[in-house]
Every structure is written in structure tokens, then in C-alpha cells.
Design a protein around this ligand. Sequence first.
Ligand code: ADP
Ligand code: MG
Length: 301
Amino acid sequence: MSILVKNAVKTYGEQRALNDVSFSISSGEVVGFLGPNGAGKSTMMKIITCYLPKTSGDVRVCGYSVDDDPLEVKKRVGYLPETNPLYLDMYIVEFLRFVAAINNVPKSRVEDMIDLTGLGPERHKKIGQLSKGYRQRVGLAQALIHDPEVLILDEPTTGLDPNQLVEIRGLIKQLGKEKTVMLSTHIMQEVEMLCDRVIIINKGNILTDQPADALRNASQTKAVLVRFTGNVSTSALRKINGVVRVKQLDKGLLVESEKHIDLGQELFKFAVDNKFVIEESRPYELGLEEVFRNLTGKEAS
Ligand code: ADP
Ligand code: MG
């Protein structure tokens, strides 16, 4: 077992950030740790990486307890914190050499990490001169330098522009082939793309822990993306029998209904009755989005 968390509790003063949390992650798994802001994701990750003591419970990495063997845990864990604290005045190579020295790994690892994370083109720059995407690469290089078995990535793609997002996700996907990865995010798409399994946490409680596929099938509604000629109001669509939600997207209207409804039929009837023409209508994969909303009462982004 790569990560074992049993009855973990963390209180900050009066506040319980983690409330009896238990889960385990096997070697080689890529697990999405999903939840809205304030759910307890970062707190859990800081405990696993020995950056924060827990209040009670048992937390182990590769069998080593974070209380009894923090050094053994740190050897096996690479951590990219949410805020990715970097020394902005340092050059990339200088910084990574420094990290290599602290971790007691040969300097040659620095070059390996630069290659692995694609830092080559920017290698002569100071960290402060890098884009957010490249800073995340430095963060990943730092996390990987001691070749840990387990990677803990706290919202690694937050704040990246679309191109950087694709690149960093690609890099994480590649790393996931060799390492155990626990990745926190509030982006549903990211989980769908990268993770085998999803743990959803809200207000310090684990709400569900399932393979990504199983969770998708648990969805109680289905949806169609539809485009009409002319202006159709979302409120008119909401009145259709069985429709639970309507959302305006760039590509059209996302109409979500109870699972048993023949939504295509209902929309057709609606169009005929109101003299609208349907330009396009196609099934829309709601996936984890809806499951997340049902479990947490919040929209995922
Ligand atoms: P997430 O990463 O899911 O957004 P966090 O683990 O950062 O959630 O926070 C969980 C809860 O604990 C939040 O309500 C947050 O306000 C609180 N919290 C986090 N860090 C501290 C701290 N250092 N002191 C007090 N409360 C904190
Ligand atoms: Mg956080």
C-alpha cells in the first residue's frame, strides 16, 4: 500500500478540517482528490507529506508512519504544494542543485529532471522570470528529484492558461505511468482525463471513493446539448416534464433531465409546440460533474 490513512482527524483550533478520514491508495494508482474550496484537500496532503502534524489517526506512506518515520516518508514522497513556493531570485539550475543537495542525490539528477519536465528551453532563466506553467515544471522537477514512489500534487494546474494546462496535464499523465499519484483538483475534466479513481471530500468528510467509471454510471440524470434557431429561454425549457436543469453553454443549451425521460422526444415536442426549429441536438456526457454536484451541492468547474 502506497498511502494508508486511517481515522485521520485534524483540527485547527475549534475547526475540524478533517473529520475521521480513511482511505488507501495502492502502488501505481492515480487518484483524484476532489472537493470544493475548504474541503480539506491541502490539509490531508500536508499531513501525508509530513508538513503538518495531524490531531489523531494513523497515516502511512509505503508502510512508514508520518509520526514515527518522517524521514523514511519524505524519501518516498514527492510533493508539489498548492502555492509552489520557489526561490524567485534563483536560477533554475541553481535551485535544482540546491534541492538535489538537500535530498542527498547526485547533481546529475538535475539534468535528468530538466529533461523530464521539459525545462530545457528556459533553463538559463531565473525562476522569477518564468511563466506559471514553467514554474510548475520547476515544482515538479523539485518534487521528483529524489525519484520518490509517491507523488502528491496539490492543485497542480490551478492558474495555468489553456496551453500550459494541456502541457502540465500531459506531464502528469506520463508520470502517472510510473508513480503512485494523488492529485487534488476542483476541475472535473482533469479527474476524467488523468485518474483511475476518485475520492471526493467535502467539509472534512470523504463522500465517495470509487473508480472513475463507476462514479460516472452513478449519475441520476442525463443531458442533451441542443441548439435552436431563434432565442429560446432557459426558463421555458425548464418547464418541460422531467427537466431538472438548463444551462447556457457556448455551444448551445445544456438540458439535463431525469434519467427515464425521453429527452429527445420532449425537446422535439417543445420545438413543434413553440414553433422553434432544432438546429442540432446531441447527447452530452455529464459524467462526474453531476455526481459531484449531487454530493457536495456545489458546481465543479
Ligand atoms: P482545500 O485545500 O480543500 O481548499 P484546506 O485543507 O486548505 O482545504 O482547508 C480546510 C479547512 O481548514 C478550511 O475551512 C480552512 O479554512 C481551514 N484551514 C486550513 N488551514 C488552516 C490554518 N492554518 N488555520 C486555520 N484553519 C485552516
Ligand atoms: Mg487547497
